[in-house]
Write a protein that binds this ligand. Structure first.
Ligand code: GLA
Length: 396
């Protein structure tokens, strides 16, 4: 007689999938949502989280796919509970506990994220989960948490190569598998020890591939350049995390720069986690983060990042496939004046045998306009620090 496990294996299901513990649908496309850190740092509390969640719904952002509301560092007291050993939510910041916030966020049809650290303390000095992984995973599950961002500070020097770092992260990955609630596991190890090589194997669904982003164009450019050589790693189930979006956080970039930032994060399949105060944003910022055509590229079911086709001076051409034989190309100008850029069919489709005579319809995803049909190549003017993001519905 077959055991239950054998029956499930024959059906192509693992026991964990049936229990709902491993939910492959959690990371089919890069996660979308909001996180408290970039704007509020340690000034996070229930009011901020619940107001943001309410606005996520009333502003229509939820309907565009933004679903996680993530609490970052500084949500707890400095001491664990003496008897349960659990981390204690700060009663002043979270008078109804994390469970109380989770209930309110869930009632809006959204999901709640929390933050901890694969070390003794978080980056801001609050309790970390190292040595307490199962206790903390159980608490998060009991409270109704749907997402864990797991940082890398105060790690006892247990870093320096992939084997050591991955073991430290696997402890939490395993603990999360032992709890009943599916919890998205977002590794925040800053690209250390080539996390993109082992993030998936420790249960991660995304992993930070760089140090912290800041609200400056130079930071965006630096992260793009670090992502280029590893862009092939992102795929459904696990994503290189280029860090949270800075669009509209402190207005230290121009609208053109924020538009480029948002476009590239979408096309490179980075998680799309907003960081601005969405309850109070200008129409320019709202236009960026609500661009349905760009979000459709981010959430495309193929889940393949664009690749860099070439660099010429300050200009870069990125392109890659979308589902349904479509393609997307990004023309990026890091320079300080407008330039005309040309993408030939062999560049865009990465195919030196591309049919140069084929006439292909091209759509501009920021102008929301069909540019017409082109043969052999398409040329566009790209302003300083700007992008043009084009969609091709067929290949040459
Ligand atoms: C690290 C992370 C940031 C943020 C802070 C919080 O720097 O990389 O994203 O979570 O810690 O202290």
């Amino acid at each position: 007689m077959l055991s239950n496990a054998q029956v499930l294996t024959i059906l192509g299901l693992s026991v964990l999938q049936v229990m709902g513990v491993i939910d492959p649908s959690l990371a089919k496309t890069p996660q979308m949502g909001w996180n408290s850190w970039n704007k509020y740092q340690c000034n996070v509390n229930e009011t901020v989280i619940v107001n943001t969640a309410n606005f996520m719904v009333s502003s229509g952002l939820k309907d565009l796919g933004y679903q996680y509301i993530n609490i970052d560092d500084c949500w707890s007291l400095h001491q664990r509970d003496n008897s349960t050993q659990r981390i204690v939510p700060d009663p002043e910041k979270f008078p109804n506990g994390i469970k109380g916030v989770a209930d309110k966020v869930h009632a809006l049809g959204l999901k709640l994220g929390i933050y901890s650290d694969a070390g003794t303390n978080t980056c801001a000095g609050y309790p970390g989960s190292y040595g307490y992984e199962q206790i903390d995973a159980q608490a998060f599950s009991d409270w109704g948490v749907d997402y864990l961002k797991y940082d890398n500070c105060n790690n006892l020097g247990l870093a320096g190569n992939a084997s050591i770092s991955s073991k430290r992260y696997k402890r939490m990955g395993d603990a999360l598998k032992n709890v009943s609630r599916p919890i998205f596991f977002s590794l925040c190890s800053w690209g250390q020890d080539d996390v993109w090589d082992w993030g998936r194997s420790v249960g991660g669904q995304s992993w930070r591939m760089s140090g912290d982003i800041s609200d400056h164009w130079s930071s965006v450019v630096s992260i793009i350049n670090q992502e280029v050589p590893i862009a092939n790693i992102s795929a459904p189930g696990g994503w290189n995390d280029m860090d949270m979006l800075e669009v509209g956080v402190y207005d230290q970039m121009t609208i053109t720069e924020y538009t480029s930032h948002f476009s590239i994060w979408a096309a490179m399949k980075s998680p799309m986690i907003l960081g601005n105060d969405i309850t109070n944003m200008t129409s320019d910022i709202k236009n960026i983060i609500t661009n349905k055509e760009v979000i459709a590229v981010s959430q495309d079911s193929l889940g393949e990042s664009v690749k860099q086709r070439w660099v010429k001076g300050d200009t870069h051409l990125f392109a890659g496939p979308l589902s349904g034989q479509a393609y997307v190309a990004l023309f990026l100008n890091e320079g300080n004046s407008t330039v005309t850029m040309t993408g030939t069919w062999s560049d865009v489709f990465n195919n030196k045998h591309a049919n140069k005579q084929k006439s292909i319809a091209v759509r501009d995803l920021w102008a929301h306009t069909d540019l017409g049909s082109f043969r052999a190549a398409v040329s566009v003017d790209v302003e300083a620090h700007g992008v043009r993001m084009l969609r091709f519905n067929q290949q040459a």
